[in-house]
Design a protein around this ligand. Structure first.
Ligand SMILES: Nc1ncnc2c1ncn2[C@@H]1O[C@H](COP(=O)(O)OP(=O)(O)OP(=O)(O)O)[C@@H](O)[C@H]1O
Length: 241
């Protein structure tokens, strides 16, 4: 039996009068790739920010690795890739990675090796000395992904990691995510792309701040007598993507 890595219990979030998340319950186990699938505005980003400990819920309980979030110590164990790239555009890719690696406590040869390892993964080694302001949107996404992988986090949270990335590289990144999860890292990924949802071990379908279903893709298809995840969404009353 896998260990419970992330537990979300009765989490709600309000922005002023708007209720963005409404009593969310989720459990994610170690080594899973867990997908949060939902249309734009469903609350995916808000939820992953709360799980990552960079935002707080209005009520409810969120635990990561048995510790209530937000928690400073846990930030070292959690990798988070935001939807908008948090990069220093005037610095080169290498300088960006060097900066974040230093924050994570990497030093010397180990740091250098790790930087090249993650850059290889996202296929950016030849661009390593380019300033980020000369990068395309897809290249920035890949560099952000590389940053989130620098410190071998126990839990990796990725908010729409493959937006703007071409299909060949998208495939390579998903293969890499699978390899990372097989090494024991728990991955939570938000997406509104159906074929990406199919690659997750389990999914939660979000609509208007509520979880409308949770399960493996085959469970969800079986329960709703559907052929595809898109159909599952339609049967359950989610809006078409
Ligand atoms: N800081 C904020 N202040 C006010 N409203 C916000 C804030 N952040 C998010 N919202 C609102 O919360 C709702 C959910 O947003 P969220 O970004 O979590 O959705 P999402 O499912 O990630 O959408 P997308 O796929 O477009 O990124 C939206 O209506 C959004 O306008």
């Amino acid at each position: 039996m896998s260990l419970l890595t992330v537990s979300v219990e009765g989490v709600s979030k309000h922005f002023g009068k708007q209720k963005v998340l409404d009593k969310i319950n989720l459990k994610v186990y170690s080594g899973e790739i867990f997908g949060l699938l939902g249309p734009s505005g469903a609350g995916k980003t808000t939820l992953v920010k709360i799980i990552a400990g960079i935002d707080t819920a209005s009520c409810g309980k969120t635990q990561v690795l048995n510790v209530a979030m937000p928690n400073l110590e846990n930030l070292k164990k959690v990798g988070y890739m935001a939807q908008s790239d948090a990069l220093y555009s005037e610095l080169t890719a290498y300088e960006n990675l060097d900066f974040f690696a230093t924050i994570y406590g990497l030093k010397g040869t180990k740091k250098k090796e790790k930087i090249f390892e993650v850059m290889k993964l996202v296929n950016l080694v030849k661009d390593i000395t380019k300033p980020v302001n000369q990068f395309s949107g897809g290249m920035k996404r890949r560099l952000s992904l590389a940053v989130s992988l620098l410190h071998n986090p126990d839990v990796l949270i990725l908010d729409e990691p493959t937006v703007g990335i071409d299909p060949v590289l998208r495939q390579a990144i998903w293969e890499e995510l699978r390899r990372i999860s097989e090494s024991g890292t728990t991955i939570i990924v938000t997406t509104h792309v159906m074929d990406e949802a199919e690659r997750c071990d389990r999914l939660a379908l979000l609509r208007d701040g509520t979880v409308i279903a949770t399960g493996t893709t085959s469970e969800l298809k079986k329960e709703t007598n559907s052929e595809t995840i898109e159909e599952v969404f339609l049967v359950l009353g989610g809006s078409k993507q």
